[in-house]
Ligand binder design. Sequence first.
Ligand code: SAM
Length: 292
Amino acid sequence: MFSHAPVMINESIDSLVLNKSGAYLDCTFGLGGHSKEILKRLNSEGTLNSIDQDQMVIKYAKKIRDPRFKFEYSKFSRIGELFINKKFDGILFDLGVSSLQLDDPSRGFSFQKNGKLDMRMDQNDKVSALEWVNKAKEKELADIFYYLGEEKKSRLFAKRVIEKRRTKLIESTEELAEVTYVGKKFRNSKKHPATNIFRAIRIFINNELEEIKKALQASIDLLQDKGRLVVISFHSMEDRIVKNFLKGKLENQENTNSIKIIGKIIKPSREEINLNARSRSAILRIGEKISG
Ligand SMILES: C[S@@+](CC[C@H](N)C(=O)[O-])C[C@H]1O[C@@H](n2cnc3c(N)ncnc32)[C@H](O)[C@@H]1O
């Protein structure tokens, strides 16, 4: 039912799989596009572990009947505990949401497809967007819109959320998007006015930035010497964390001399962007574990 074009598939897997008999970890299985490509590149001795925090992907993982492949439903911040005695030749992160999540109105991620507000990638998480949007104080809403969404009208939109929910709970993605329909120009602007606050709420509900920081730190101990870390980010906040991490400059980073940057950042080709508009903001960064 859902299709998903894996982003920068060749660029990412070319930089990841350097050893056909190696062990690999895909931290963001999604619909399995990258995982399947990794398996294609491995010989019979190679192995792939994949994880994802979305229960809906379990059925897609089960379809891969390959003795070299194992799937686990988990958050990637737990990779250190999950793979305690294991070393990988390469670890992949293809961050953000999948088409499975974005295109399904019942997951409540999108202002383009009306559905009950939710936005949890992991259905077992306690707080959904619906609960948070209807309970948070005005200042908290404004801060999240501003800091995680870089939304200039953060205070105005927070105020409008409070006003709207005085008469009725904000239950659907459309009702939430309506708080951003202000002034004459909003309908003509290229970017939907709700883009930033939806992204902010999604990042907040899924604790995305902390998840990435924890998982990147844990990945160092899981990599073999010269093992590769390949990360695809989709917005500046994610990418900044990845860039700082590879430079050893992430706040409270341990093992700052354990990874080096390989090559320059890679962006999708014109052709890929034309075929898959969602790839347009993607940025690929590659790191390599320093031996010793
Ligand atoms: C962009 S999609 C990956 C698409 C995949 N590479 C493919 O080719 O189909 C990102 C996936 O990462 C998962 N994800 C995001 N944050 C996660 C986290 N903290 N722990 C585990 N999975 C996460 C999402 O549930 C989603 O399925």
